[in-house]
Design a protein around this ligand. Structure first.
Ligand SMILES: NC(=O)C1=CN([C@@H]2O[C@H](COP(=O)(O)OP(=O)(O)OC[C@H]3O[C@@H](n4cnc5c(N)ncnc54)[C@H](OP(=O)(O)O)[C@@H]3O)[C@@H](O)[C@H]2O)C=CC1
Ligand SMILES: C[C@H]1O[C@H](OP(=O)(O)OP(=O)(O)OC[C@H]2O[C@@H](n3cnc4c(=O)[nH]c(N)nc43)[C@H](O)[C@@H]2O)[C@@H](O)[C@@H](O)C1=O
Length: 313
């Protein structure tokens, strides 16, 4: 991939897509092609086909998807499987038929079995049952990476799939019903701090579930850097985990976000909300062996994300 290449970033306004555009622009890429979902609905095959015929991209970074936290995944299972299967099938198929050399497909850590040995290696795929709260989404993601593998095998393409851990950063979704935990905490602790300052009364923040599940968090600019690093490798690797290599409990995350935000009230737990997978720590030894490591520490990343949230809210 060279800076004059025609690179289509699908989903460029989202958390991941916007970080990919920032990373490509910093590296001097001049021909980045983008469309919003209202300009091009990727669930519509004929529109995707017409777009590829007109724009003729050479590289595709597929970061458009139906995405959400544990509750959104659990509640809107039909939309998660439908939209993701349609988007990825239309884009991967059109890319292949229009001669796209390399495509990067964004999967997710939830493709691995719920009770996967930790840390989760790439070869654990399809070795056990999935976590039920995100099964519909995970099945779509597995279909996407298997479609890339099958195309590579039959058509000689070099499509790669990356499996990032939980991400956060600028342009995240901060909606308290549909977001992931880290942006939810930033917003909940920030708003509780303001309430406390305004009323003088102690404020409370509610944590879903038990607080005991463990998660690994990667700042999205690190993810984008890893994606471009992998695209620029000459040796083709089909499936790569991307993460930081260590995790923390949700209760520990709550304490850390509270500290960054400056919240001094109390915490309570909502046991009616699901915990999801008990733990999903990525084995990132394959990526590390290629020479890539995450740079942004968790506290620093939360400070950056909180600054972005305050500026844009
Ligand atoms: N967030 C996370 O923690 C993780 C994310 N991932 C993966 O990374 C990828 C990107 O996720 P993320 O950036 O968080 O998601 P976001 O929700 O932030 O962004 C998704 C983007 O997809 C676009 N999109 C959605 N539906 C359509 C459609 N029908 N047609 C065209 N575009 C559409 C949206 O475009 P528009 O804004 O124009 O409407 C949006 O900008 C996904 O594949 C996800 O599975 C993987 C692991 C963790
Ligand atoms: C990236 C990944 O994201 C999703 O999986 P998840 O990691 O389980 O999602 P999450 O970030 O929403 O929650 C992580 C943990 O945190 C707890 N939790 C506490 N309090 C809040 C809270 O206020 N909001 C949220 N969302 N969670 C909370 C919550 O109960 C859970 O135990 C997948 O569906 C799938 O899409 C996927 O691949």
């Amino acid at each position: 991939m060279t800076p004059d290449a025609r690179v289509y970033v699908a989903g460029h306004r989202g958390l991941v897509g916007s970080a990919l555009v920032r990373r490509l622009e910093r590296a001097g890429y001049k021909n980045i092609i983008t469309r919003t979902s209202s300009e091009l609905d990727l669930t519509r095959q004929a529109d995707v086909e017409a777009f590829f015929a007109a724009e003729d991209p050479e590289f595709v970074l597929l970061a458009a998807a139906k995405v959400g936290g544990i509750l959104a995944n659990d509640t809107y299972r039909g939309e998660f499987i439908r939209d993701n299967l349609l988007i990825q099938t239309n884009v991967i198929d059109a890319a292949r038929r229009h001669g796209v050399q390399r495509l990067l497909f964004l999967g997710s850590s939830c493709i691995y079995p719920r009770d996967c040995p930790q840390p989760m290696r790439e070869d654990s795929l399809l070795t056990g049952p999935l976590e039920s709260t995100n099964e519909a989404y995970a099945i779509a993601k597995i279909a996407g990476l298997k479609m890339c593998e099958a195309f590579n095998s039959q058509y000689g393409t070099k499509y790669l799939s990356v499996m990032p851990t939980n991400l956060y950063g600028p342009n995240d979704n901060f909606d308290l019903e549909t977001s992931h935990v880290l942006p939810a905490f930033i917003r909940k602790f920030h708003e509780a701090k303001l309430r406390q300052e305004q009323t003088g009364e102690p404020a409370e923040v509610v944590i879903w579930g038990t607080g005991t599940p463990k998660r690994e968090f990667l700042y999205v600019d690190d993810l984008a850097d890893a994606c471009v690093f992998l695209l620029e490798q000459t040796d083709h690797v089909e499936l790569t985990n991307i993460g930081v290599g260590h995790d923390i409990s949700i209760a520990e995350l709550a304490a850390l976000v509270a500290d960054v935000v400056g919240f001094e009230g109390t915490l309570s737990k909502d046991a009616t909300k699901p915990d999801g997978t008990p733990r999903k720590l990525m084995d990132v030894s394959q990526l590390n062996a290629l020479g890539w490591e995450a740079k942004v520490g968790l506290r620093e990343g939360i400070e950056l994300a909180y600054a972005w949230f305050q500026k844009s809210s």
